[in-house]
Design a protein around this ligand. Sequence first.
Ligand SMILES: Nc1ncnc2c1ncn2[C@@H]1O[C@H](COP(=O)(O)OP(=O)(O)O)[C@@H](O)[C@H]1O
Ligand SMILES: [Mg+2]
Length: 482
Amino acid sequence: VGFPSFGLRPRLLAALLLSSVVTLAVAALALLSPLEHRLRVDGESAVFAAIASTRNEFAEIPGDRPGGLPDLTRVIQTAHVLRRRAGGEVTVLDRTLAVVTPRGSAVSPLPGFRTQALRALRTGHGTHELVGDELIVADPIAIADQSHVVVVVKRLQYVASAVNVVRKAFLEAAAAGLGIALLLGIALTTTLLRRLERLRDATRELERLGLDARTPIDDGGDEIGELSRAFASMQSRLQRHEAARRAFVATASHELRTPLTSLNGMLELLEDDLNANHLDIEDARERTARAREQSGRLSHLASDLLDLSRLDARVDLRSEPVELGELCRAVAAEFELRALEHAVSISVAQPSAACWIAGDPGSVARIVRILLDNALRAAPAGSVIDVAAVAGQPCSRVTVADRGPGVPPAEREAIFERFHRGAATAGHSGFGLGLAIGRELAERMEGSLELIDGQPADRPTGACFVLSLQALRVSELQESTR
Ligand SMILES: Nc1ncnc2c1ncn2[C@@H]1O[C@H](COP(=O)(O)OP(=O)(O)O)[C@@H](O)[C@H]1O
Ligand SMILES: [Mg+2]
């Protein structure tokens, strides 16, 4: 059972309103009830202070004889003074709770009046009680050496009205605050949602129209802006990939078609000859040889394309110790026959120390084969191709140098691109994939494949390719063979 899913706007607005309401409610609670309490306490202590300030005056009132009734006029005067100071009705009672002043008045009808007066008389301490908004304060006093009690009844309506004023102001502020929160929330969610919707529409368009759909533009400096820029950069990256892929497929199919067409043509001619029953055996032999050459090219291309597709699919290469000197000798041996045919010799330098690197042995051999294949094609008859493995830190290297025409400066980087054949060597049977495969393989093993600048003085012409791979230290080597 899932929660019903609300959109972003109601959720954000609800959160905003809820937090505003909770904040205001907590603030109101924290403010209003202490305020009310404070005002009451202040009212009480004001009354007690007023009583205390007239205590002496009451005490000094003389009786008409020792132990007799107090001077009533003075009692009334002092009660008036107290009334002014306390701001409430003042009643003076004797110890039988008979009203002394104001004369002739009945005891106040307030429910707590008598109780308070009695309690003050009994305990000898001041007491107070709140009945509705009326405060009853009773305090024992002495008049003419006899115990009396003075009761002040004061309406505390100002407490309620002060609290009401504050409450009203609070409610108004709360309403204004909530209104502003709501407006801000709506404004904020509206722009946020509009931007998100633009992004969503762009994504849908991408789904519908493919990579050529228009890129969403949102130059906001916030997270949505970032998302939109990430989206745009992803799209343009995918577009570049897609363009490269299309170009690759187009070139690859074109490259496949050429040998296939010529293969077809030769087979057709051969078939015609066979059908016409006048087969020239020399002619047929030559055609078969050329057909074989074309099918060889095709299988060469197929294996190059397979290599590239493996690289593109990011198939994992192995990483194990490989000794470059031994590997160079083995690969050079594979080319001995071809070298002999071209009257070229391949010299593999004896390394001073073992050159261990971490890599995929098959791929390293493949790169050296690609370099030797190119070198053999470039090397003039009678020349030497130098192959050397050189140990180093952090990289060990294999160099393959020939004494052919070299690579023109304008082509030094381009020859590493897929399907790029040098202008001078365009006639030969390669497809321009070898160095591209070699470089990608080297990079996948965290190494590099470069055509190095500047030729040694003893080798005025020719190309020198360097394959660098992560060297293994002896300690690492022992670890990996353990
Ligand atoms: N040793 C070399 N000497 C001169 N040019 C070279 C050498 N190796 C490679 N090249 C140039 O680099 C181009 C690309 O080589 P490569 O990627 O192996 O493709 P391919 O050998 O199929 O032409 C070659 O066509 C050639 O022009
Ligand atoms: Mg090649």
